[in-house]
Unconditional design. Structure first.
Length: 162
């Protein structure tokens, strides 16, 4: 079993990784996000995602793309820390940074059979849906654990400070 460092794949090698996994006849499940504060909701979601296939690959937004999506105060933790935290989880097989706000290029390179998002999304609103349809894959929404979003945790911490 690879250690956390071996689980971190650079974007240039993502396409080759996807090809190798598909040739091995494994079902690839992917997801993506900022994963700024790794919390209970993330853990439950990633465990559920892993059950859908053999290999779980996570696309992680770069620091620059998190700033564009979430604002100038984010991310709280740099991309290298976020990658290492995710790679340390047993249910995660590979992690890869991507620079765009949305993961379309990540999905085109990896070509997973299933891409998952949290239940707080609607499939029809996701840009990933078009890409996964074009690849012959599917998008699935997984359970959302109320009260465990990074934004709500940050809000609670700020209330405690004041």
């Amino acid at each position: 079993m690879p250690g956390p460092a071996e689980k971190i794949v650079n974007f240039a090698k993502l396409e080759a990784l996807g090809e190798r996994l598909r040739e091995s006849k494994v079902k690839i499940v992917s997801t993506n996000g900022c994963f700024d504060i790794l919390h209970f909701g993330h853990i439950q979601y990633l465990l559920e995602a892993k059950k859908l296939g053999n290999v779980l690959v996570i696309g992680v937004n770069t620091d620059a793309s998190v700033k564009k999506l979430k604002g100038p105060d984010r991310p709280l933790f740099p991309q290298d820390v976020r990658l290492q935290q995710l790679a340390a989880l047993e249910c995660v097989d590979f992690v890869c940074l991507f620079a765009e706000p949305t993961p379309e290029n990540f999905l085109r390179a990896l070509r997973p059979q299933i891409h998952v998002k949290g239940g707080d999304y609607k499939v029809e609103d996701l840009p990933e849906k078009r890409v996964m349809d074009s690849l012959g894959g599917e998008v699935r929404l997984l359970s959302f654990v109320p009260g465990y979003s990074t934004s709500s945790i940050i809000k609670k911490l700020r209330q405690l400070e004041s």
